[in-house]
Design a protein around this ligand. Sequence first.
Ligand SMILES: Nc1ncnc2c1ncn2[C@@H]1O[C@H](COP(=O)(O)OP(=O)(O)OP(=O)(O)O)[C@@H](O)[C@H]1O
Ligand SMILES: O=C(O)C1=C[C@@H](O)[C@@H](O)[C@H](O)C1
Ligand SMILES: [Mg+2]
Length: 174
Amino acid sequence: MTQPLFLVGPRGCGKTTVGQGLAASLGFHFVDTDRWLLEQSGATVAEIVEQEGWPGFRARESQALQAVTQPATVVATGGGMVLAEANRVFMRNHGAVIYLQVPAETLAERLMASPEEDQRPTLTGKPMVEEIEDVLAQREALYQAAAHHVIDASLPVELIIARILEVLRLARAS
Ligand SMILES: Nc1ncnc2c1ncn2[C@@H]1O[C@H](COP(=O)(O)OP(=O)(O)OP(=O)(O)O)[C@@H](O)[C@H]1O
Ligand SMILES: O=C(O)C1=C[C@@H](O)[C@@H](O)[C@H](O)C1
Ligand SMILES: [Mg+2]
């Protein structure tokens, strides 16, 4: 199995963290669309949004998705990658899409401990907990629609990776 694997889910669900470990387990390349954009443009998400607005950032991340998609690669996507239908269709057609599902309270704990505001500027202008709830209300159906597999990502990282490997193995066997 060398098809690319796409990790989707909201800020703080662990796409970057789990993606690195998953890639190492499989001997795959690892790429993160947020980091790729930072390396390519030299600008953080906050700087891109300041200069080009969210539509500018969304256009760039859609281009990034297409540019980084290669065989034998785990792609950690940005939390809003699923907003564009074209991105959802692209991911489903080019590999396996895994939604890392985490309750809002756990996301809030993780993001408060590690806000990384340069890469996670406010989406709504609201306080963090309200923003997370709004974002999940808006996007839960989109994460589900994009995903071939939904994984409980409130677990320890090693367990999440083991579960992903298991669902991929089962999917191959069926
Ligand atoms: N399973 C986990 N258990 C405990 N902490 C975790 C877990 N997964 C990730 N974290 C922690 O949560 C924080 C956010 O994780 P990470 O940056 O991987 O999320 P992300 O989905 O890539 O977010 P973004 O969409 O903003 O890029 C990090 O500090 C990370 O160490
Ligand atoms: O959830 C979102 O919309 C975002 C998540 C991050 O990964 C970055 O892609 C950016 O901060 C936007
Ligand atoms: Mg990330």
